[in-house]
Design a protein around this ligand. Structure first.
Ligand SMILES: [Ca+2]
Ligand SMILES: [Ca+2]
Length: 158
């Protein structure tokens, strides 16, 4: 009996700690959703490459999306505080035309709607009014969304 309760104690304690750190810990200026932190930069001052560089400086990348829920969480927020036509996301096909990838290295699936590569557009933006994804001219100055893992900020800061 002693052995059993002791084992239980060891198992339960780390689980509790993990839940606390991943639940609600983003740095100031970031929004938490699931286990990621998101930052909206609404000033339209950066081309795609500079926007990505700014996210990397903050230990993240331009945003990637991996579920309908994650996307609608963010499009809901974007529509509450609209700035400009669209915001940069982390997708690009600058290495292979049509070979879309995320700057954070996660698997990319282009949703319904066709990127048109209009005059060689290689960088992904999301339209604010309808959440439609567009391949865009990388040199356009836009606002952007950075994303990083929630845990990374906690291990560093706490
Ligand atoms: Ca392209
Ligand atoms: Ca386009």
């Amino acid at each position: 009996p002693h052995f059993t309760s002791f084992s239980l104690f060891i198992i339960v304690l780390p689980v509790t700690v993990v839940l606390f750190t991943s639940d609600g810990h983003c740095d100031r200026g970031y929004l938490l959703y699931k286990d990621s932190c998101y930052h909206f930069e609404t000033e339209q001052v950066k081309n795609w490459q500079d926007a990505e560089a700014d996210c990397v400086k903050e230990q993240g990348h331009l945003v990637s999306f991996h579920s309908e829920e994650e996307l609608s969480f963010l499009t809901g927020l974007i529509q509450q505080a609209p700035t400009g036509i669209s915001l940069w996301m982390g997708g690009h096909d600058s290495i292979t035309e049509g070979g879309w990838e995320w700057t954070d290295g996660s698997p990319f699936v282009f949703p319904a709607g066709n990127p048109d590569d209009y005059f060689g557009e290689d960088c992904l933006s999301i339209l604010i009014n309808d959440g439609y994804w567009n391949d865009d001219n990388c040199q356009n100055k836009r606002g952007y969304i950075c994303k990083r893992r929630g845990e990374e900020c906690c291990l560093k800061c706490c």
